[in-house]
Design a protein around this ligand. Structure first.
Ligand code: GCU
Length: 354
C-alpha cells in the first residue's frame, strides 16, 4: 500500500526509494541522521526533524516514528518525520530555541520548559494535579481546555501541537528509601530546570537541584547530588538505578511532554496535509499512551531484578507539603482557571466511575 502510493507520486527520488524499500525496508531520509535503525524514517520530500532527549525506544519516539510512516503514506511522500533521540540535537532547553529559529522542525519538550516562556503552563505542571494518566490525557488533548494555551506562544515562534503523558514521577536516591518528607532532609535531588520544580522539592523536604537530564547519572555517581525524580522508564533507561538504588513512589508529578513546532514550519504545509498530520498525532497519543503503561511496568521489573529497591510511602504528607505551591504559582486568572478546569475533569471522571 505504502509503496504504491509513494510510486504514484512520480518523483524519481521517491520511486527510487520505493524500489529500495522492496528489499530492505525504508532507508533513513536525512544524511547523517541520528535516529535510526533504518526502519524508522520513510523517505519523503520534506522530512521533519524531531528533537528528543531520550532514546529511540521510548514510547513518544516510537509513536512519532510511526506517525512519520503514516504521514508519508497519507501525503503521498510529501512529508515524513525523523526522530533524533538522545539529545543529539541538544538538551531540551536548546531544542526549544532551535525550534524558535526554525533550525529544528519539531521537538518533544517537558512542560516545565514552556512554563519559563508563558507562566500559565505551570497549571498543568503542578504536583498532584492529575489523578491518572487517563485524566492527564483527557485534559491535554481537549482543545476546549488547552487550545488557547497551546497557541499562546505564537509570537515567540512556538506552536504547541499537542501533549503526551510522560508517566508519573517519583523520587529516587543513592542514600535511603524515602518514607516521609523528613527522610529527604538534606538530600540534593535533581529537578527539571524551573523554579517551580526546585521549590516543590524544597517543600517536599529535600534540596531541589535543577539540571539537564543528561548530567544526572554522573552527578549522582560523583556525589554532587543524592538523587533525582522521574518515571520508572527513565530511571531504568538512563541507568540511574545503578547509582541511586532506592526508588520511592511519591508519585508527585506528571509533567506532560509537548510536541512543539515553529508556526512557519507547520503552516508551510497545505491545510489538507496539516489535517492529516494532526489526525495522525491523535493516533500517536494513543500508541504512546499504551506503550507508556507497558514500559513503566517493565522498567520497574527490570530495575528490581538488577537490584533496585522500590517502596511505596504514604503520599498524603507529600501532597500536604507541596500544597503552598498552588498559591505561590497559580498567580494569574488563566493559570488558576486551567488548574480548576483540570481538577474538574478529574472529578467528572471519578463521578462517571461511580
Ligand atoms: C522525562 C520527560 C522529559 C524530561 C525528563 C527530565 O523523561 O519525558 O521530557 O526532559 O523527564 O527529567 O528532564
Amino acid at each position: 500500500m505504502r509503496l504504491r502510493r509513494l510510486a504514484a507520486v512520480g518523483s524519481a527520488a521517491l520511486v527510487a526509494v520505493a524500489l529500495t524499500a522492496c528489499g530492505a525496508g525504508f532507508t533513513t531520509a536525512t544524511a547523517g541522521g541520528a535516529a535510526s535503525d533504518g526502519a524508522g524514517a520513510p523517505e519523503a520530500e520534506r522530512v521533519f526533524k524531531v528533537a528528543f532527549n531520550q532514546n529511540a525506544d521510548q514510547p513518544e519516539a516510537v509513536a512519532m516514528t510511526h506517525l512519520g510512516e503514516r504521514l508519508a503514506e497519507r501525503t503521498d511522500g510529501r512529508y515524513s518525520v525523523e526522530v533524533y533521540p538522545n539529545e543529539t540535537l541538544g538538551a531540551q532547553k536548546d531544542t526549544v530555541e532551535l525550534v524558535q529559529s526554525g533550525a529544528v522542525d519539531l521537538a518533544l519538550v517537558a512542560g516545565s520548559l514552556l512554563e519559563n516562556i508563558n507562566a500559565d503552563f505551570v497549571a498543568l505542571n503542578m504536583p498532584y494535579v492529575y489523578d491518572s494518566q487517563a485524566h492527564q490525557e483527557a485534559v491535554l488533548n481537549d482543545p476546549a481546555i488547552t487550545g488557547d494555551l497551546y497557541s499562546s506562544l505564537e509570537e515567540q515562534n512556538i506552536r504547541v501541537l499537542g501533549g503526551f503523558s510522560a508517566g508519573v514521577r517519583s523520587v529516587y536516591t543513592s542514600v535511603r528509601p524515602i518514607e516521609t518528607p523528613e527522610d529527604l532532609a538534606g538530600l540534593k535531588i535533581r529537578v527539571m530546570e524551573t523554579d517551580t520544580n526546585s521549590r516543590m522539592m524544597d517543600l517536599m523536604g529535600g534540596v531541589g537541584t535543577p539540571m539537564g537530564q543528561g548530567e544526572v547519572y554522573t552527578a549522582i555517581q560523583s556525589g554532587v547530588i543524592d538523587g533525582g525524580e522521574n518515571n520508572e522508564s527513565i530511571y531504568r533507561n538512563l541507568k540511574h538505578d545503578e547509582v541511586a538504588p532506592y526508588y520511592s513512589y511519591t508519585n508527585h508529578l506528571m509533567i506532560p511532554d509537548y510536541l512543539i513546532t515553529n508556526p512557519a514550519t507547520f503552516d508551510a504545509m497545505s491545510e489538507a496535509d496539516r489535517t492529516v498530520f494532526l489526525e495522525e498525532l491523535q493516533a500517536a497519543y494513543d500508541e504512546s499512551s499504551r506503550l507508556t503503561t507497558e514500559v513503566m511496568t517493565e522498567s520497574q521489573r527490570a530495575a528490581e531484578e538488577a537490584g533496585a529497591e522500590f517502596n511505596a510511602p504514604d503520599v498524603e504528607p507529600f501532597r500536604e507539603a507541596v500544597a503552598p505551591l498552588l498559591d505561590e504559582k497559580l498567580t494569574t486568572p488563566t493559570s488558576r482557571e486551567l488548574y480548576d478546569r483540570t481538577r474538574a475533569v478529574a472529578e467528572q471522571m471519578a463521578e462517571e466511575e461511580r
